[in-house]
Design a protein around this ligand. Sequence first.
Ligand code: ZN
Ligand code: ZN
Length: 414
Amino acid sequence: MIFTLYMKTVFFIADGMADLPCMELNGLTPLEAAKTPNMDLIAKKGISGLMDIIKPGTVPGSDVAHLALFGLDPYEYYTGRGPFEAAGLGLDVYPGDIAARVNFATRNADGIVIDRRAGRIREGTAELANLLDGLEIDGVKILFKAGSEHRSALILRGRGLSDRIQSNDPKKEGKPFYEVKALEDTDSAKKTVNIIKKLIKIAEEKFLSAEVNKRRVEANQLLANTLLIRGFGQAPHIPSFLQRTNMKSVCVAGGGLYKGVAALLGMDVIDVPGATGGVTSDIEMKVKYAIEALDSYDFVFLHIKGTDNYGHDGNALGKKEFIEKIDKVIEPLVKVCERGDLVVITSDHSTPCIAKDHTADPVPVIIAGGDVRIDDVTSFGERACAKGGNLRFKGIHLLSIILSAMGLGKKFGA
Ligand code: ZN
Ligand code: ZN
């Protein structure tokens, strides 16, 4: 059955925006300390609450968090980060593929990791990826694509493979590579290990004579002469967003992971010029593209990453100022909810500056527009939203709350 949609939704995630009180901000959180007239206005027009992304006390990674926020149980659908990263780079990931994240890296002759990022290599990585893309090893097809800087991803496509593989990445420079090992005693894991070892050997041979490395020798730069492979995952079969919601959806994001989650859900992905997935990303352009996308889509997923970066750096003032920058550029969202469409604003987890990492603290969430039951909350913040009409709920329920607010809730019983 196809519903006729009357409302549209902008679903805005500021990654890791939620925080804890900061000394530098006189005991306020960056979101509370920031001047955010637009988000406050949206809170005033909507229903606010607090959300435990996975469940109370569980610290979410961004990947599992986004699955939950799109209504999928991460315990069922999350198999590792590889498939999302690969999809985020534009590789076509099929259910059953084994995917992994890869760094171009530098090693010495004794098998020691000299630089995990090959001197933050910036150019020539597509040439390296092309040397491996399309290879066939032991009857298994290799797909390989370069991302930004040292990042890339690979897919193994074939029968009898496993994702229970230990990475060769020791996570530190100056250490020997870990051995690529099977983490389970199965033929498929052994076969996969052999293929990965052969792939690394082939890469090291081919990279030695690559033009990009000749240029790097001349420029006295570290060579990209090996691969660090991690985050193995077998691509899950994910029911499409369209199937589950009848909404035509699109993603506006800079970070590869978020584009990858969206692509695996069957969302269209818009590439925005200047969207880097970092603190210097052109967030004004992203909002412009998101608003334009409302003409052709029912559900627009807008993602901004920089808030999480400031949290990981422990930079409370920087995070507050970045939130103010976000607030300025999202002014068009006020109009979106004023004309009756739905605006949802939240984070995928807390990244408190004091912790410099993700924590289990629940995140504030506003849903505004349509006929939502407006509450008394008049500003967007962790403590303000705790007094809102949505009290406290789990991330996996957010999508059904949105569908219900759009008039698409399904009746249970007579
Ligand atoms: Zn995140
Ligand atoms: Zn993070």
